[in-house]
Design a protein around this ligand. Structure first.
Ligand code: UGA
Length: 443
């Protein structure tokens, strides 16, 4: 099938590459000329394990092409996927300007039936706005061409995006049109052969499903972080509690890992946007506001622990920070807890020596050169001359470091771990003082 994808960010590029890989004829369009040129040469703009070979393979095979030409893009696909960004507005609601600009372009250039697919995470009611924007352009042209607008939210996780797309838990499609349903069934047939993973519903329910899924997961995390904070005050161990409650299949083990707060481009934005949507229709979501508030505080927990250890005097202290991305296997630092930590440390007069396996360039891009930030080539370098170590992201290479070397390198033998990576008793044997999240008193 001929498919056009607007937007070559995480969602657009993964969708385009994976659909091409299943045999479809895909054209990806982006307004960023430089990005499109690099993509044509097989260079991908994001760090996403497994994506580059899929892009290269399908570009070489001619099934995956790139363009900046809107008219060409609209002409190409029976399906027009909208996968452009929806950054948060000042009030937390999703900014739809890029989505609606694509809709207008489709209306201006289409000359046969199209199925327009909202793939970006967009507030409930957006499909109606997209439909209106396309219809308005067609009216200007005096055209009565037919089209359908479908909601097909994406559920991929950064760091596991290709696998999530190739082996989806579910494919949600919101549509009221039989014709569009048939087209979507055909597009997703290669991913849906063994088990029927497609769930069809009305458009508004599909739009809400996306937010509800992310808000539910964020709620689980904030809940666990709150119980972790309680565990510290009660002298209990959240890791034991996690195992204890996770064994109940109604609760489950997934997404109940306490930590230094959730980050990324999705949970923070989507929780706020859904709370905003609720507010806009006259309903105050006490739960979503609390999920957000707990997470805001949780992102400050690591700094509070550092500050507590040094009794509030951080001037001229040097803190080694391991892990900068918002989670492992990505270089994405959007809303990363490490940023909250570093910015608070700088404000308190401390210096940071930081290491991340993938996000060093991104850190440099965000913060530039500053005297109180030293970007280090290895995790060992980050320790040299530092007072204590703080861990923000659970990268695999931090799992079993040389604890003796850590104890030797630091002026104070202290690890503050935002991801509960280590066994506290084991660290005792190395004479390391270990503070984690929710693990007993003295945290
Ligand atoms: C999230 C969802 O998991 C995807 O299903 C969804 O498609 C995506 O948002 C999206 O809307 O595009 P992602 O943001 O890539 O995916 O990352 P997650 O793996 O969900 O992690 C989000 C944050 O929660 C990370 O900071 C992670 O460290 C934190 N987290 C996760 C916890 O603190 N505890 C947990 O138990 C799990």
């Amino acid at each position: 099938m001929k498919i056009t994808i607007f937007g070559t960010g995480y969602v657009g590029l993964v969708t385009g590459a994976c659909l091409a890989d299943s045999g479809h004829d895909v054209l990806c369009m982006d307004v960023d000329q430089g990005k499109i040129e690099r993509l044509k040469n097989g260079q991908i703009p994001i760090y996403e394990p497994g994506l580059e070979p899929v892009v290269r393979h399908n570009t070489d095979a001619g099934r995956l092409q790139f363009t900046t030409d809107v008219a060409e893009a609209v002409a190409h696909g029976l399906l027009q996927f909208i996968a452009v960004g929806t950054p948060p507005d000042e009030d937390g609601s999703a900014d739809l300007q890029y989505v609606l600009a694509v809709a207008r372009s489709i209306g201006q250039h289409m000359d046969d039936y199209k199925v327009v697919v909202d793939k970006s995470t967009v507030p409930v009611g957006t499909a109606d706005k997209v439909r209106d924007a396309i219809r308005l352009q067609l009216d200007h042209r005096g055209s009565e061409l037919e089209f359908d607008v479908v909601s097909n939210p994406e559920f991929l996780k950064e760091g596991a995006a290709v696998n999530d797309f190739m082996k989806p838990d579910r494919i949600i499609v919101g549509t009221s049109s039989d014709r569009a349903e048939e087209v979507l069934r055909e597009v997703y047939y290669p991913f849906n052969r063994n088990h029927d993973r497609m769930i069809f519903m009305d458009i508004r329910s599909a739009e809400l499903t996306k937010y509800a899924a992310n808000a539910m997961l964020a709620t689980k995390i904030s809940f666990m972080n709150e119980v972790a904070n309680l565990a510290e005050r009660l002298g209990a161990d959240i890791e034991a509690v996690r195992r204890g409650i996770g064994s109940d299949p109604r609760i489950g083990y997934h997404f109940i890992y306490p930590g230094c707060g959730y980050g990324g481009s999705c949970f923070p934005k989507d929780v706020q946007a859904l709370a905003r949507t609720a507010y806009d229709c006259g309903y105050e979501s006490k739960l979503l506001n609390a999920v957000e508030a707990v997470n805001y505080d949780q992102k400050h927990v690591l700094f509070d622990k550092v500050s507590h250890y040094f009794q509030g005097d951080l001037a001229n202290r040097t803190v080694a920070v391991w892990g900068l991305s918002f989670k492992p296997n990505t270089d994405d630092m959007r809303e990363a807890p490490a940023r909250t930590l570093m910015e608070s440390l700088w404000q308190a007069g401390a210096k940071v020596q930081a290491f991340d396996p993938e996000a060093m360039e991104e850190t440099q891009r965000i913060y530039g050169n500053r005297d109180d930030l030293q970007l280090c080539g290895t995790k060992e370098q980050a320790l040299r001359g530092a007072d204590i170590l703080v861990i923000c992201t659970e990268w695999k290479e931090f799992r079993s470091p040389d604890f003796e070397a850590i104890a030797k390198a630091l002026s104070e033998p202290v690890i503050i771990d935002g991801r509960n990576m280590y066994d506290p008793q084991m660290l005792d044997r190395y004479d390391l003082v270990y503070y984690a999240i929710g693990r007993g008193r003295n945290q």
